[in-house]
Design a binder for this molecule. Structure first.
Ligand SMILES: [Zn+2]
Ligand SMILES: [Zn+2]
Length: 436
């Protein structure tokens, strides 16, 4: 097999890896890198013509955002993913197009993309020319999958993004009984010091902090990825209010999160059993909790902002690179009684990262906004931390070679160094090729 890394090498973003075996060429993921500037995988449109198929691990744009462009070049192959990945990708891609208006995407391309997806079940093997493929639950977001490739008598496993912890929504990644000589693993939190504190500890600190702000009559803004983190955070807050741990205040849900909620609800068979049972056995549907107030007009948004009483606002985007969250920060950020709570990964160069590192000012719509509200960061990550990544690697039977990708400078190297005593470990460079 030949591997070539067109993205996510020494970086987080634009995941796109070529796997070639015999006459078959497939891409594992095909994402964009969003940040100060937008970057695409380094595969040329000419090379795209020879790609037989694309397999997508999950709906985040750093894994699927380049697919509309591929179809816009006239490409007529198929994209393989789970059903929730297809549905969530549609939502995230249309939002991305609305906000960034990329010039490399055509209407015809988007229409072809709709017809080009083939939806696959977890665990069921399927064939793309010379290779066999299996999608395995990855625990990261709804529909997320690890990809297992069998070719030339060898097995390769690609994590996409992976979470080994159960969440309120999803089971943890299914890593039991995995066999493979080759592993391509993410390393978002692969650094030597990336060990998350126990979630219970984080949550109780967060709860305390939210309570204090509510008692002062302040507002809490929680920027969140539309898919995954947002639903998780909403479920946690709803639980706290129902159980009386938090005073009953409105939880305003603004932006794409609402659409993503509906997709979660009708794909509930991809969620944890406990959640399915809760919905089936009782009238209690946590997706439609009375504590959630949907914000879908400018008017309802200003009401949420101007309302005198305390409230919690959960809205996009997660790293504050745009979206409704900026409106709330612009209007509420100057009041020290309010609070901003970050719950997810904050990429380098994003406003979310700047605030997490202590910035006291943000530029929003060309205007400087002074930030007087407190900013706090809690690790409710949907990614594996370093101990989990170590567990993943040691659980794969027959493993020999590990390629460490999808990590910021330093993190991938640190993880590879740790692995090198037992495995052949590589941190590939962009466009580097390997025969495995
Ligand atoms: Zn992801
Ligand atoms: Zn990712």
């Amino acid at each position: 097999m030949k591997l070539k890394f067109y993205g996510a090498a020494h970086e987080v973003g634009r995941s796109c890896i070529l796997v070639e075996s015999g006459n078959t060429k497939v891409l594992l993921d095909c994402g964009v890198k969003l940040g100060e500037k937008e970057e695409y995988p380094l595969i040329s449109d000419e090379e795209l013509k020879n790609i037989d198929a694309i397999i997508i691990t999950h709906a985040h744009l750093d894994h699927v955002g380049y697919v509309p462009h591929v179809f816009s070049t006239g490409w007529t192959g198929h994209v393989y993913s789970t059903k929730p990945t297809f549905e969530l990708s549609n939502v995230l891609i249309s939002d991305y197009i609305r906000i960034s208006n990329p010039s490399n995407i055509t209407k015809e391309g988007l229409a072809r993309m709709q017809r080009g997806f083939k939806l696959m079940e977890y665990h069921k093997e399927f064939q793309i020319k010379d290779i066999k493929v299996r999608l395995i639950p990855a625990g990261h977001i709804l529909g997320s999958a690890l990809i297992e490739i069998s070719a030339e008598g060898k097995k390769l496993i690609y994590t996409g993004d992976i979470n080994l912890r159960k969440t309120r929504l999803l089971d943890s990644a299914h890593i039991e009984h995995l066999h493979g000589e080759i592993l391509l693993t993410e390393s978002t939190y692969g650094g030597d010091n990336d060990s998350f504190p126990p979630e219970r500890e984080q949550l109780s600190k967060m709860l305390q902090s939210i309570k204090e702000t509510i008692q002062k009559g302040g507002k809490i803004i929680i920027p969140s990825f539309a898919v995954g983190r947002a639903q998780e955070v909403l479920f946690i807050l709803d639980d706290y209010i129902r159980s009386g741990l938090l005073p009953k205040v409105p939880i305003y849900v603004d932006g794409m999160i609402n659409k993503a909620m509906r997709i979660h609800r009708h794909n509930v068979i991809y969620c944890r059993d406990e959640l399915q049972k809760r919905i089936l056995m009782s009238e209690d549907d946590p997706f439609k909790s009375k504590n959630f107030h949907i914000i879908d007009t400018k008017k309802s948004r200003s009401r949420a902002i101007n309302e005198q009483e305390a409230g919690i606002i959960v809205t996009t985007s997660g790293m504050m690179t745009g979206g409704p969250v900026m409106k709330y920060v612009e209007r509420l950020g100057g009041d020290p009684n309010n609070k901003l709570i970050l719950v997810g990964y904050q990429a380098e160069g994003t406003p979310g990262r700047a605030l997490a590192e202590g910035a006291k000012e943000l530029e929003i719509n060309g205007k400087k906004v002074e930030i007087k509200m407190a900013v706090e960061l809690y690790h409710l990550s949907a990614h594996a931390d370093r101990p989990q990544l170590q567990k993943l690697v040691s659980s794969i039977i027959g493993l020999k070679k590990v390629f460490v990708i999808h990590g910021e400078e330093g993190k991938s190297e640190q993880f590879a160094r740790y692995l090198s005593s037992k495995y052949e470990a590589y941190v590939p460079k962009l466009e580097e090729e390997f025969i495995v």
